[in-house]
Write a protein that binds this ligand. Structure first.
Ligand SMILES: CC[C@@H](C(=O)O)C(=O)SCCNC(=O)CCNC(=O)[C@H](O)C(C)(C)COP(=O)(O)OP(=O)(O)OC[C@H]1O[C@@H](n2cnc3c(N)ncnc32)[C@H](O)[C@@H]1OP(=O)(O)O
Ligand SMILES: [Co+2]
Length: 134
């Protein structure tokens, strides 16, 4: 893995959270994007070299809606940049991790993404990201 790509934070209301995190970071979010396949609206903040992704669920089956129902708002996942997502899937499967989607899917911010089940990673939902090159 190359570096932390972003930290995902589950929020109930992205509009009010955008205002809150803009106050915290001293900079507004730079981008919003809906990802319908995940049932989420997202917004992104830059903090130095790091990236924070806020996520609001848009339907009752969204992983974000279900997470907030069970655990409340807070850190939902940590995403790591990888150079070759298919090679990482194979490597991690061979190491015994549970890959939730073996075919990478289109995430936000021009990335292919894959998730590992949090039960196999000490309760942390891990996302792998590979930039989509045109
Ligand atoms: C915007 C796109 C993309 C990006 O480009 O960055 C994203 O970030 S999308 C983010 C949203 N999408 C996902 O989270 C997809 C991957 N997640 C899943 O497939 C599911 O959420 C899950 C992890 C498999 C859980 O689903 P499910 O089993 O249906 O839900 P439960 O509510 O029953 O939870 C089971 C179990 O897992 C615990 N859990 C759920 N989410 C998390 C989490 N984020 N971190 C840690 N633990 C989590 C949940 O608490 C349950 O535990 P127990 O109650 O102890 O069984
Ligand atoms: Co994410």
């Amino acid at each position: 893995m190359l570096k932390i790509e972003h930290i995902g934070i589950a929020v109930k209301d992205i509009e009010s959270s955008n205002a809150l995190f803009a106050k915290l970071f001293g900079e507004p979010h730079y981008k919003t994007e809906a990802v319908e396949s995940e049932g989420v609206k997202t917004s992104f903040f830059k903090v130095g070299p790091n990236k924070i992704e806020l996520l609001e669920g848009t339907n009752e089956n969204s992983p974000i809606t279900k997470f907030i129902e069970k655990k409340g708002e807070g850190i939902h996942h940590i995403a790591f940049d990888v150079a070759d997502i298919n090679a990482e899937i194979n490597r991690l499967k061979n190491e015994g991790f549970v890959v939730l989607n073996e075919i990478p899917k289109k995430g936000a911010d021009n990335k292919l993404v894959v998730f590992l089940h949090p039960k196999g990673t000490n309760g942390v939902l891990v996302e792998l990201c590979q930039e989509i090159k045109d």
